[in-house]
Design a protein around this ligand. Structure first.
Ligand code: NAP
Length: 344
């Protein structure tokens, strides 16, 4: 009796046939609405990854150069031809999709859109699209990539893409496409996460605000302190005019102080967090919000500290040059206790 195992077909196994005898598997057809920058870059990547691409355009015959191998047709015809459609159109122009709702029913609509500002609209673009076409499965993805990055393919720095949507099937289909394009899709949950994804590209230097505010505050504080102590006090008490020290010497006193404080602020939250974990006896509890925020901007605090240290080095090099110049221009001048050189 033949063994049961021998009859089983392993799912990973491939049927090896001589070249040319096997029928080529049919390539999946995907649709892209919009022939702009993003639509064209996406089309090119999809074609390179083995998909067929049809564009839905307002002007299919005069929409400009398309990636070789792609076709362009009307929105209606394109919508009927594919099961998965990328909407590469700005949100402001979505309203025409409402009329296409019958053709788009049951299809997966991929929203890649971003906005120019946060909270520009009451609902996320993807949620708006879902409201316009309630019968479709809207999935948000690729909005964190630029057309350029998409066209050039994933690099290590931007391999991850976030997706969200209400239906598991739609998300699975989109994740498969993303994987085939070379990306790693991370599921962020339901469509209610779309606003968070749409805000990602608008957050420039998100963790820099706090360190910069702290640095500016400390600089102002110490500058006024040394100004009062070294210039105003000297003028009032001894009648000496030390205002020439304001620009370089006083600034150079402030930079190392701020740099060292910023450096300690960079390491301090780690120590506090360690003590907190020891006190709680576990590392599996959330840190308080203030500590969490502080921890998140440690890298920025360290970089600001480095900038101030660099300024200190620069000013320290400038001061002797300044004094040298002053001495050479006035040969009778003798550096006094109050000179910049003395201050270093
Ligand atoms: P785009 O170059 O301006 O192209 C938009 C396309 O939308 C046009 O080529 C046009 O295609 C179509 N369109 C314009 N007005 C329309 C209307 N009234 N009705 C229907 N279709 C209209 O914009 P894009 O840079 O490709 O961006 C497209 C989407 O991708 C946007 O939502 C954007 O936020 C998102 N995105 C772009 C980038 C990027 O780097 N560019 C990055 C991330 C996300 P037809 O003439 O063929 O109809």
């Amino acid at each position: 009796m033949p063994s049961k195992v021998s009859k089983e077909v392993k799912p990973e196994s491939m049927l090896l046939l001589p070249l040319g005898t096997a029928a080529a598997p049919e390539q999946e057809l995907l649709c892209i609405f919009g022939t702009g920058d993003f639509g064209r870059s996406l089309g090119q990547r999809l074609l390179q990854s083995g998909y067929r691409v049809v564009y839905g355009s307002r002007r299919p015959h005069s929409c400009g150069p398309l990636p070789p191998g792609a076709q362009a047709t009307s929105h209606e015809a394109a919508a009927q031809s594919a099961g998965l459609l990328f909407i590469c159109i700005h949100r402001e122009h979505y309203d025409f999709l409402e009329k296409l709702a019958p053709q788009l029913k049951g299809k997966v609509l991929v929203d890649v859109s971003n906005n120019l500002k946060m909270n520009l609209y009451p609902e996320a673009n993807a949620e708006y699209l879902q409201r316009l076409v309630p019968g479709a499965h809207v999935v948000k993805v690729f909005n964190t990539l630029s057309a350029w990055a998409l066209q050039n393919g994933p690099s290590d720095a931007n391999r991850q893409v976030y997706l969200c949507g209400n239906g598991a099937e739609g998300k699975l289909a989109v994740a498969e496409v993303a994987t085939k394009l070379g990306f790693t899709a991370l599921d962020k949950g339901s469509l209610s996460a779309a606003r968070e994804l749409e805000d990602f590209p608008l957050k420039l230097f998100p963790e820099w605000r706090l360190p910069l505010h702290v640095a500016v505050g400390l600089t102002a504080l110490f500058f006024f302190y040394v100004l009062i102590r070294d210039v105003i006090y000297a003028y009032v008490e001894q009648g000496k005019d030390m205002s020439f020290r304001i620009m370089v010497s006083l600034a150079n006193k402030v930079f190392p102080i701020v740099s060292l404080i910023m450096l300690s602020l960079c390491y301090l939250p780690g120590v506090i967090a360690a003590f907190l974990q020891l006190y709680r006896g576990t590392k599996y509890r959330r840190f308080p919000d203030w500590l969490d925020r502080w921890m998140l901007c440690r890298k920025q605090l360290g970089l600001v500290a480095l900038c101030f240290a660099f300024l200190h080095v620069l000013y320290t090099l400038i001061i002797p040059i300044r004094v040298e110049c002053a001495l050479s221009s006035r040969p009778g001048l003798i550096p006094l206790q109050g000179s910049s050189l003395w201050l270093i």
